[in-house]
Write a protein that binds this ligand. Structure first.
Ligand code: ARG
Ligand code: ASP
Length: 717
């Protein structure tokens, strides 16, 4: 019986991946997906979604700042994305007096829209298969590094030889772990202004408690506008720039969704690893995730304590806290989900079927045993890497200044005064921003707690001597180690650090080199580089090239299965259906939430679950206008089986006809392991219902002029 079940499982896995799974390249939809999509209810053709010759859905999809997705929803360049994607911008325009995080922001006219230095909006003009050009001259006999160098040269040739307009850029990315290559022609706009954002009590309702959670009640959206030069082409910020005129923008459906409706999510998913071997998954679940989760838990506890008692600290730390908390929680869900859906056993079963399918003397026979060996060798090093990067790169903030100081010194030593001065010019604005949101007392406490964990949990050969001294039992209680370091270094204090940068270059360098934090950071980094990084990268290199062979081998061994490439921040389409799920035995989740649920969660005065008077009043008076569902309630969020990941935030959810119905912003916690092992039974993406967005813009914010820009439709009627 057991082997019969495994047989069924393998049968399913080696067939076409089931609806929901997959992040597909838009120009391949015609050959791979169109039929299935139409069978699931889609009324569009692949050409309506992606076309090079005429305006298509893809022309409304915009890579937002390179880290999120956004979409055009009006003929005047109005751009919709998540509140958490625009968070950095909203925060940077905020202060205690003008607190847009707390109160929201709504530009009354184009003149009031706020510019954001450095924020970009990128369109994809065309996607081109360049595999044969990139692999030209690559043969089996080449060593890994020879292979890479041929590929690098070929990519340069492709990029340089590509026919393009002056305002276009080209990049080439590897797919299927280096088995295929595609070039992307892009156009990047540089003047993107903030138009509107709800208060956090709506845009971040439920904050970290509800993050990754279904049922959800967050209005996670914000509005921006792309501005262009006189020719509608990219231009640096200028008050004379005009709203961008798009080739296509998404019409909006007011008809909402029902369980089973077709949905499609179009965006820029960041990174997935669906084809890893089982030892990699075991390492993540058993070793790496627990380490990273523990460190973040510690740091977050300290930040939370200060943020709860002081509003100014809360503003300063809100964005940083959210970033750290986000993946902390995701990893917990991911590990749980992998266990619950037996992710490791599934991989192993697949691996068995793979081995069984290989002919007796296949050259692929040793792939899996070699992985086993490499992952075992890598494990202790990967553990230190994650510890080191979480502690120094993520959670102790002053480490960022230390690493800048190291780069200033290196630049001075290698490129002299000119190099130093040029780099310093770039560093100053960064530091300005850093110190604006920095509290040295909090950081000192984080430092103390995390270095202690490092010393306790990491093999002593990877612990720098000065850290041993710093957390030495004898000195620990007496002279308090981190406050000591923090008072001696210039780097935890804006005035002192800036004063050093004011000095002549050689005096500044001398002073940095003497600084105790600088010396400490340098020692730690050198130890890490020599004992961990170098060996790790050798193994990683072997793993990566084996992964390429394994990917190719899987595709050749199961020619009837349709494979999709792992996410790599390039444009993808995923499609599925609106569907609830069973989070635990005997509990069934419905796929839609309503404003009533916001009121149920409401906790007056709470920083995560407060609801403001205006929204309460709209609820009480049932002033919903055209935004209520047929049941008379205002929908807030819904879920579907679309396969999404980080970077898909802000992606449009599109109905069978190509209309906007929602805004993707999260996944349900139980299914966050979709990055390694999508499972249609519990993997759900979470979207804000577009009618909630419109309701907030119109009824709550009174920004009806924005609604007037949009095209609202009733496709179901
Ligand atoms: N979990 C979502 C994503 O990965 C939303 C994160 C932002 N919200 C938060 N509370 N941290 O990005
Ligand atoms: N919240 C994620 C993002 O910001 C989306 C996800 O991981 O599902 O891209």
């Amino acid at each position: 019986m057991k082997s019969f079940l495994v047989g069924i499982l393998i049968f399913c896995m080696s067939q076409v991946s089931f609806a929901g799974e997959g992040m597909w390249l838009p120009m391949l939809l015609k050959s791979l997906n169109e039929a299935e999509m139409q069978q699931m209810g889609m009324k569009l053709t692949a050409e309506d979604i992606y076309s090079v010759n005429k305006g298509s859905l893809k022309d409304a999809i915009v890579h937002f700042g390179g880290f999120c997705t956004s979409e055009l929803i009006s003929p005047n360049g109005l751009l919709l994305t998540n509140h958490h994607c625009g968070y950095g911008q909203i925060q940077s325009h905020s202060s205690l007096e003008n607190n847009y995080l707390k109160n929201g922001f709504w530009a009354k006219s184009h003149q009031d829209e706020l510019p954001n230095e450095g924020l970009t909006a990128t369109f994809i003009s065309e996607i081109i298969d360049v595999t044969s050009e990139v692999l030209d001259g690559v043969s089996e006999g080449l060593s890994v590094s020879e292979r890479q160098s041929v590929i690098d040269k070929n990519i340069n040739k492709v990029v340089e030889g590509m026919e393009k307009k002056a305002y276009q850029d080209v990049y080439v990315r590897p797919f299927f772990h280096g088995n295929q290559f595609f070039a992307f022609k892009t156009i990047t706009y540089r003047d993107v202004r903030l138009v509107g954002a709800p208060p956090e009590s709506i845009g971040k309702f439920g904050a970290d408690t509800d993050n990754w959670v279904w049922p959800r009640h967050t209005g996670d959206f914000s509005l921006f506008r792309i501005y262009a030069g006189p020719d509608n082409l990219p231009a640096d910020y200028s008050p004379d720039n005009k709203p961008y005129k798009p080739k296509h923008y998404l019409p909006i459906s007011l008809d909402g969704v029902e369980e089973g409706d077709f949905t499609m999510v179009f965006g820029f998913p960041g990174r997935t690893q669906e084809y890893l071997p089982s030892p990699a998954i075991e390492q993540i679940v058993n070793t790496l995730n627990p380490a990273k989760i523990g460190i973040r838990e510690k740091a977050l506890g300290i930040l939370d304590k200060y943020m709860r008692t002081d509003e100014e600290t809360r503003i300063k730390y809100a964005s940083k806290f959210a970033r750290v908390a986000n993946y902390w929680k995701k990893w917990i869900g991911e590990s749980k989900g992998l266990k619950r859906t037996k992710g490791i056993a599934k991989k192993q079963a697949f691996e068995k079927s793979f081995m069984d399918a290989l002919p007796p003397n296949s050259k692929y026979k040793n792939i899996l045993p070699t992985f086993e060996k490499l992952y075992a060798e890598m494990e202790p090093l990967a553990y230190v890497r994650d510890y080191y990067s979480e502690v120094t790169g993520r959670n102790i903030e002053v480490m960022r200044v230390i690493s800048i100081a190291q780069r200033l010194v290196d630049t001075y030593d290698n490129n002299g005064e000119d190099g130093y001065n040029a780099f310093k010019q770039r560093v100053i604005p960064f530091l300005d921003n850093f110190y604006k949101n920095y509290d040295a007392n909090i950081d000192a406490e984080v430092f103390e707690a995390l270095t202690e964990m490092y010393v306790e949990n990491v093999d002593s050969k990877y612990v720098p001597k000065s850290l041993m001294g710093l957390v030495d039992e004898d000195t620990k209680l007496d002279n308090g180690r981190s406050p000591d370091l923090f008072s001696k270094t210039v780097m935890a204090d804006r005035t002192r650090m800036m004063a050093v940068l004011e000095m002549t270059p050689d005096a500044a360098i001398r002073s940095l080199k003497r600084d105790p934090a600088y010396r400490f950071g340098k020692e730690w980094k050198e130890l890490f580089d020599s004992e961990v990084a170098a060996r790790l990268s050798t193994i990683q290199f072997q793993i990566d090239s084996l992964q390429r062979v394994y990917m190719d081998a899987q595709m050749k061994t199961f020619p009837n299965r349709t494979f999709y490439p792992d996410a790599n921040s390039t444009m993808r389409v995923t499609y599925g259906k609106v569907a609830g799920y069973e989070p635990v035995d005997a509990v069934l989740y419905q796929p839609v939430t309503y404003l009533d649920g916001v009121i149920e969660k409401y906790k007056p005065g709470d920083y995560e679950f407060d609801v403001d008077d205006k929204l309460l009043e709209l609820y009480e008076t049932k002033n919903y206008g055209q935004y209520a569902d047929t049941n008379g309630k205002v929908p807030v969020c819904f879920i579907g089986t679309n396969h999404t990941t980080g970077g898909n935030s802000g992606s449009p959810a599109i109905d069978a006809h190509g209309n906007l119905i929602g805004l993707n912003f999260d996944r349900a916690w139980e299914g966050t392991m979709s990055d390694y092992n999508y499972d249609a039974s519990i993997c759900r993406n979470i979207m804000v219902d577009i009618r909630y967005v419109l309701f907030i813009v119109d009824k709550y914010a009174g920004a009806g002029h924005l609604i007037d820009e949009m095209t609202l439709l009733h496709p179901k009627k």
